[in-house]
Write a protein that binds this ligand. Structure first.
Ligand code: S3P
Length: 179
């Protein structure tokens, strides 16, 4: 972890609560909140689903890496990332350089229940989304594990409780004085 970049980076599967919990953490710490999907959307001028439809996943991944590079000088921010950001080796290195990396996870059942409420995710527009979630999770779990310094299972936690756990651990990681 970089000691010059006081950022908290949230990784994890779609539906793991990165955005909602990340916003809370940022609010409580008085940090800026950044979402890599939102950065890509802003840079490209298209929604994520449209980017996948028009340009394909590989091109989206290029934009995701470019967005990460653009954050190199960031400080005092909470960065929420797209669920597939850990797929590239280069990204996993960049994430570590950016700050304290925490993996937000949840049980497969909880994840599926959460992602089913939103039909916008291009990777889950398959004949059997439940099986897709299972396969993607199995393939990505080792990558989240490798990239993260800390893990929070949000399945049974309120967003507030998950945010408190993250803040406590970030305090330790950055050796911030406790208030
Ligand atoms: C993706 C997750 C999405 C978004 C894109 C691809 C993935 O972000 O980046 O649809 O590969 O898991 P969220 O994790 O914020 O849903």
């Amino acid at each position: 972890m970089s000691t010059t970049h006081t950022n908290i980076v949230l990784i994890g599967f779609m539906g793991s609560g990165k955005t909602s919990i990340g916003r809370l953490v940022a609010q409580r710490l008085g940090f800026q909140f950044i979402d890599t999907d939102a950065l890509v959307v802003e840079r490209v001028g298209l929604q994520v689903a449209e980017i996948f439809a028009r340009h394909g996943e590989a091109w989206f991944r290029e934009q995701e890496t470019a967005a990460l590079h653009s954050l190199a000088i960031l400080n005092r921010a909470v960065v929420s990332t797209g669920g597939g950001i850990v797929l590239r080796d280069e990204n996993r290195t960049l994430l570590r350089e950016l700050g304290f990396v925490a993996w937000l996870t949840a049980s497969e059942e909880v994840i599926f229940e959460r992602v089913s409420r939103n039909k916008k995710r291009p990777l889950l527009q398959t004949a059997d989304p439940r099986a897709t979630v299972h396969e993607l999770l199995a393939a990505r779990r080792p990558l989240y594990e490798e990239a993260a310094q800390f893990t929070v299972d949000s399945s049974r936690l309120t967003h507030e409780a998950a945010a408190s756990l993250l803040i406590a651990e970030a305090r330790r990681a950055f050796s911030w004085p406790t208030r």
